[in-house]
Ligand binder design. Structure first.
Ligand SMILES: CC(C)(COP(=O)(O)OP(=O)(O)OC[C@H]1O[C@@H](n2cnc3c(N)ncnc32)[C@H](O)[C@@H]1OP(=O)(O)O)[C@@H](O)C(=O)NCCC(=O)NCCS
Length: 157
C-alpha cells in the first residue's frame, strides 16, 4: 500500500467497518510506524487495475499482529482475503514472525471462519473491546508459522 492507494482503501474501510480508520491512521501506519506493514490486493477489472482488498499487520519481534483486513463487498467470496492472508503470513514469517495474533468480533462469522481455516485458535476474550457497541473481542492466535509454511501455506517451499 502507498499513500496514493488511500482513497480506494478508505472507501473499502468505510463500507466494511463500524469504526473505520481515519485517514491520519492509515497515513501514520504507512509513514510513521516502523512496525507496520500494509498490503493491497489489486485486480484487473475491465481495463483498470482496481484495489479490491487490503491487509495490515504489525511486526512485533516474533509476532505478526493483524491490524486490519477487508475486501470490497462486491468482490467477497472469491478467495481474495485468503490471498492477502497467505501473502501476509509468508512475508511476516520471512521477516521473523513465529506466531500471528488478532482480535475479531464474535458476531463476525465470516472472519472467524477464515481465520479458523488457516489454523488460528481462540485463546481469549477482551471484554467490551469495541467502542461502537461494547462488543467483546475474541483473541485468536496461530502458532508455529514456520510449520504452517512447511505444510504448504503461502506457496510452500
Ligand atoms: C472477512 C472478509 C475479509 C473475507 O473476505 P473474502 O475475500 O470474502 O473471503 P474469501 O473469499 O477469501 O473466503 C475465505 C474463507 O473465509 C470464510 N468466509 C468468507 N466469507 C464467509 C461468509 N460469508 N460466511 C462464512 N465464512 C466465510 C470461509 O472459511 C472461506 O473459505 P471457503 O470459501 O473455503 O469456505 C470479508 O468478508 C470482509 O471484508 N468483511 C468486512 C471486514 C472484516 O470483517 N474484516 C475482518 C476483521 S477481523
Amino acid at each position: 500500500m502507498t499513500l496514493d492507494d488511500l482513497p480506494a482503501v478508505m472507501e473499502i474501510d468505510r463500507v466494511s467497518f463500524a469504526l473505520p480508520w481515519p485517514e491520519r491512521s492509515f497515513r501514520f501506519e504507512l509513514t510513521g510506524n516502523d512496525a507496520s506493514r500494509l498490503l493491497v490486493a489489486e485486480m484487473l477489472l475491465g481495463d483498470q487495475e482496481r484495489i479490491v482488498g487490503y491487509l495490515g499487520y504489525w511486526l512485533l519481534v516474533d509476532e505478526m499482529h493483524i491490524s486490519t483486513l477487508a475486501v470490497l463487498p462486491e468482490m467477497r467470496g472469491r478467495g481474495i482475503s485468503e490471498r492477502l492472508l497467505e501473502a501476509g503470513l509468508e512475508q511476516a514469517w520471512i521477516q521473523g514472525a513465529e506466531m500471528s495474533t488478532l482480535e475479531v468480533r464474535p458476531s463476525n462469522k465470516a472472519a472467524i471462519a477464515l481465520y479458523r481455516k488457516y489454523g488460528f485458535e481462540l485463546v481469549g476474550r477482551r471484554r467490551a473491546y469495541y467502542q461502537d457497541n461494547n462488543e467483546d473481542a475474541l483473541l485468536m492466535t496461530l502458532t508455529g508459522l514456520s510449520g504452517w509454511r512447511r505444510l504448504g501455506g503461502g506457496g510452500g517451499e
